[in-house]
Design a binder for this molecule. Structure first.
Ligand code: NAP
Length: 309
């Protein structure tokens, strides 16, 4: 694959990229999907998905990613693993530079590079990551059997994963910086009804303490009062940051957060370049709309390619 040219390259293999891959493969386009790690993206970090249509009993994030990949492969998805370090989008032929020196080029590109968990940015966080500080409840919850863990955040991820953590931990303390959760009502109701979850409102975590592992966290409430909470682990689930380090943000006219704006058809400011999924500048980040955007992006790419020839 190295140094080859394709009509369409899809950068990223989460739900947006895998759906784009399905549509491109099914349309028999000359395509290649490039993924850095495991196909599935952030959905692999989600324990259980209850709101992806077609699965009336819900499905695990891992199983959903596997099914998406299998479906795209049934139509002969072309894919490869590689770490793209930069993109040159200044010419009609777009070029991808890989970490190992290889390059690829394409006429149209769909950026589905996704997002990653936002860190808290407090003392102790980096040092204790993997030693009690986690960004993935699905991955790490089983380590906290019969223990007390904190969850930081008030969005769908934090509240949903707090519920999931109670399958293992004895006690989950959810710490939120406001007095009202951002999560969807049904997710909130489930958490409020769970006797293993308690809530600390109007409070932020200012430091994570411990030597071999997390032992205590320091809290600061709205009244300026500080306190310490003894916990065995802390799950930081406070939203996402864009995976944009390889993207030319100026030419793509990235927003202030580094996400990529598009029109309704997922077209970016660069002709022939689409963006789909969590890397797009938008309010709603759901698996189902990432998948929808992946499909839309391939149709936009087809239209662009048709006008080229
Ligand atoms: P989110 O919806 O952006 O929520 C982030 C939460 O973290 C907010 O409650 C925010 O507080 C808090 N926060 C942000 N920065 C903070 C900081 N520095 N310190 C303390 N708290 C901070 O993020 P998310 O929950 O990861 O969800 C991301 C996207 O995925 C959303 O669109 C979400 O709906 C979607 N999602 C959907 C599902 C589902 O449908 N089942 C599941 C998971 C995620 P404020 O509320 O005060 O801003």
């Amino acid at each position: 694959m190295a140094n080859s040219h394709h009509k369409l390259i899809i950068l990223g293999g989460g739900p947006a990229g895998l759906t784009a891959g399905l549509y491109a493969a099914r349309a028999r386009m000359d395509h290649l999907l490039v993924e850095k790690g495991a196909e599935g993206g952030q959905v692999l970090l989600t324990d259980w998905i209850d709101n992806y249509p077609g699965f009336p009993d819900g499905i695990s994030g891992f199983d959903l990613a596997e099914k998406m990949l299998a479906q795209a492969r049934r139509f002969e998805l072309n894919s490869m693993f590689g770490n793209v370090t930069s993109l040159d989008l200044s010419e009609p032929v777009k070029r991808l530079q890989f970490e190992d020196g290889d390059t690829l080029s394409c006429d149209s590109l769909i950026i589905c590079s996704g997002a990653h968990p936002r860190p808290l940015g407090v003392p102790g966080e980096v040092e204790l990551t993997g030693k009690g500080v986690s960004y993935c409840a699905t991955c790490d919850a089983p380590f906290y059997r019969n223990m007390h863990v904190a969850v930081v955040g008030g969005g769908n991820t934090a509240v949903q994963e707090a519920s999931h953590l109670t399958k293992f931990a004895d006690k989950v303390t959810l710490i939120h910086r406001r007095d009202e959760l951002r999560a969807t009502k049904i997710v909130q109701e489930k958490a409020f009804a769970n006797s293993k979850i308690d809530f600390i409102w109007d409070t932020t975590v200012t430091e994570i303490k411990g030597t071999e592992g997390v032992e205590r966290i320091q809290l600061l409430n709205r009244n300026g009062e500080t306190s310490e909470l003894k916990v065995d682990g802390i799950f930081v689930l406070i939203g996402v940051l864009p995976n944009n380090e390889m993207l030319p943000l100026d030419i793509l006219k990235a927003d202030a957060g580094g996400f990529i704006p598009t029109d309704l058809e997922t077209r970016t400011a660069v002709p022939g370049v689409m963006a789909a999924g969590d890397i797009r500048s938008k309010e709603v980040r759901q698996v189902v709309n990432a998948a929808g955007e992946g499909a839309t992006a391939v149709l936009a790419a087809e239209q662009y390619l048709a006008n080229l020839s």
